[in-house]
Design a protein around this ligand. Structure first.
Ligand code: MIC
Ligand code: SF4
Length: 650
């Protein structure tokens, strides 16, 4: 039978279960990726598993998120991660070497492999034909130890690309178009697979922009075929040996087909506060802009920045705009420096930031109150920039750089600037001097893992009580992201210290002078009362940060009842033994209130085998049903008291 590319790769990696849609299957993970903001917990949990050395083909630990280093926390994390990588046979990409996804694409990704990363934008690797999936740090730790990774056997959405992008229309506009069609909701359990004649007209970095921001669709991953373009990219990276051609079989069936004619696309923007709030640039023309940022794992490749440099050459940034550029990797920065493009960028007045996540995760460059920024990033959730009341437009580098010059959003096709044709380089500047390779077993023996005082081993998860009485501590609405649950930005430096980081759970819902969510939660925890959070659709969308489960667990939260819960977050909840439950009748959401007390009887019996539980609201006397959408393995993990206990039980 003709197969999709997704199923061809899955088939080669199947370890447990049957490849039948909707069924849970365990797959072999060839490569893993961790970054510093999720990596410290991942490595602390990996260490507690007692495995001597990673069992994957390649595991890489990147330092790219937390590099502002106000206080000792960040550097403590760096030293821990560097020594832990050395101890356990992991590649270590030092701070300054670049953003994990960009560097992984350049130096490690290979077509046909599976990659599991403790970052939701791991699907960037789909641009090179890998099945690259984002997950919580504990899942990645288990994969580093050689364990299978479990997914729901996906539905495959085929996106047929035809034609060629017109001048000034970028690959970013492909994914923005797709976000306008599929939105950020309702795509859990799907993989997006690209095919069609238009594919050959896109370079690997262009494809990677598309698969990167595919994370915002809430899908398991996105994948492109591997073809002559892939071969050229790998050859340029001096890794042609990693090439293999890959494509779906002729005549394979997709669960849904969406056609996008590249030649008919136009410049688009995602408007605040959601990546699926798409408008045409034409309709936004004239909007005054105060800040522009180019970079992030979505749009910081060499070709992206060459285009920006060519447009900037000889021009000065508008006086009303602050403009920052963060090249995606040392390779990109070095190549721009070597060919003089960096000089053109600097001369224009752009501020050069180091190669890392930077403003994308609110590490500096927060805009002024009430102002507008244009960013080439992938997320524009409220508050993510570090400013609560700003407006963010997510666009292509083309649109962003012209906004920086003009001080307002301008349709690049009408800007009176000649479109700069950028040739993809035949050779990239390859120098892996900032990547430390794994050492021999003998050398590793003497390595001391450095665990600074701000690094605290997370508390172990506990089994759920059989009869649970709990209070609804918070009732929130739709599309609550992990940024709402566990803010990053200025609080990112507390990632390795759960008791401290937990103080900021649901920080955005706290009143300036009232009792915080964390304070209220800790009081109930001390009194021995379980706590419950109620939410609307797509709870937990966005990042893979398991702190959005780990910190609520620390505060005593035991159950989340939502209209729907996103994939990675749901897995993280289960891994830390918080029960994810979904309203059977979404209308029941309106019948319960914050402060109500809920009661669930015989919870563990239900977790063992039932598809739903009855929840009694003892405050109002109202009873309702919650679905337990759990695989047999999810059930076992919950009954064992979380993934770590479950893994140790073997
Ligand atoms: C993000 O883009 O939100 C992050 C920061 O990269 C997260 C990971 C994290 O919270 O550390 C992600 O995308 O998973
Ligand atoms: Fe870093 Fe932003 Fe990419 Fe997340 S989305 S990995 S914060 S650059």
């Amino acid at each position: 039978m003709a197969k999709t590319l997704t199923y061809k790769i899955l088939e080669k990696h199947l370890l447990d279960g049957k490849l039948e849609k909707g069924q849970a299957v365990g797959i072999k993970i060839d490569q893993t990726l961790t970054q510093d903001a999720t990596g410290t917990t991942a490595f602390l949990l990996f260490e507690s598993m007692g495995v001597e050395s990673v069992k994957t083909e390649v595991s890489v630990s990147y330092i790219d998120h937390n590099m502002s280093q106000f206080g000792s926390e960040n550097h403590n994390d760096h030293l821990y991660l560097q020594t832990a990588a050395a101890k356990y046979g992991v590649y270590h990409s030092r701070p300054g070497n670049g953003i994990c996804h960009q560097v992984h694409l350049e130096r490690f990704g290979r077509p046909g492999a599976t990659l599991l990363g403790s970052d939701s934008h791991t699907p960037t690797g789909g641009g090179i034909g890998m099945l690259a999936i984002g997950a919580g740090g504990l899942d990645v730790a288990v994969a580093m130890g050689g364990g299978a990774f479990y997914i729901t056997c996906p539905k495959v959405i085929g996106v047929k690309l035809t034609g060629k992008l017109p001048d000034w229309v970028a690959s970013k506009d492909i994914i923005l178009k797709l976000l306008s069609i599929l939105t950020t909701k309702g795509n859990v359990g799907c993989v997006v697979e690209y095919f069609g004649d238009g594919v050959k007209n896109l370079t690997v970095p262009q494809r990677a922009t598309v698969t990167n921001m595919g994370a915002e669709l809430g899908v398991t991953t996105s994948v492109f075929p591997s073809d002559e373009r892939t071969k050229k990219f790998l050859a340029g990276q001096k890794r042609e040996k990693d090439y293999q051609p890959l494509a779906a079989d002729e005549g394979c069936e997709y669960d849904r087909i969406i056609e996008i004619d590249l030649s008919k696309l136009e410049p688009l923007a995602a408007c605040s506060p959601s990546p699926d709030n798409i408008k045409t640039i034409k309709s936004l023309e004239g909007t005054a802009v105060n800040q522009v940022a180019i970079g992030s794992c979505t749009n910081s490749s060499f070709t992206d920045l060459m285009l920006v440099a060519k447009i900037l050459k000889g021009k000065t940034i508008n006086p009303m705009v602050e403009f920052a550029i963060a090249p995606g990797s040392k390779q990109v920065m070095n190549m721009l420096a070597a060919n003089g493009a960096l000089g053109d960028i600097i001369a224009s007045g752009a501020r050069i930031l180091e190669s890392g996540c930077g403003p994308c995760i609110g590490q500096g460059f927060s805009p002024a109150d009430g102002t507008v920024s244009v960013r080439t990033f992938n997320r524009n959730f409220a508050g993510r920039t570090g400013t609560k009341n700003d407006t963010v437009f997510l666009t292509s580098p083309e649109v962003a750089v012209i906004a920086a010059i003009n001080g307002k959003i301008t349709d690049p096709r009408q800007a009176g600037i000649a479109y700069p044709k950028i040739d993809t380089p035949d050779d990239f500047l390859v120098d892996d001097n900032m990547i430390e390779r794994p050492m021999s077993q003998k050398e590793r023996k003497d390595i001391q893992v450095l665990r600074g005082e701000t690094i605290v081993v997370p508390e172990a998860a506990k089994k759920l009580p059989d009869n649970m009485t709990g209070k609804i501590l918070l009732k929130c609405g739709d599309k609550i992201t992990t940024d709402h649950i566990m803010p990053a930005g200025a609080f990112l430096k507390y990632r390795s210290n759960v008791p401290v980081y937990s103080k900021y759970v649901f920080n955005c819902f706290n009143e300036a002078d009232g009792e915080t969510f964390a304070q209220r939660a800790l009081k109930l925890k001390e009194a021995g009362t379980a706590e419950i959070v109620v939410a609307g659709e797509s709870y937990g969308q966005g990042s893979s940060r398991e702190h959005a489960a780990l910190c609520p667990m620390y505060l005593g939260i035991k159950m989340i009842i939502a209209k729907s819960i996103e994939r990675i977050h749901k897995a993280n909840l289960i891994n830390f033994c918080l029960l994810p439950a979904e309203f059977e009748n979404v209308g029941d959401y309106d019948k319960i209130n914050a402060g109500d007390t809920l009661e669930v009887k015989n919870l563990n019996t239900a977790i063992k085998s039932a598809d739903s539980v009855i929840v009694k609201n003892t405050t109002s006397g109202f009873e309702f049903k919650c679905k337990l959408n759990l695989s047999p393995r999810d059930r076992e993990i919950l009954l064992a008291g979380g993934l770590l206990n479950f893994t140790k039980s073997f």
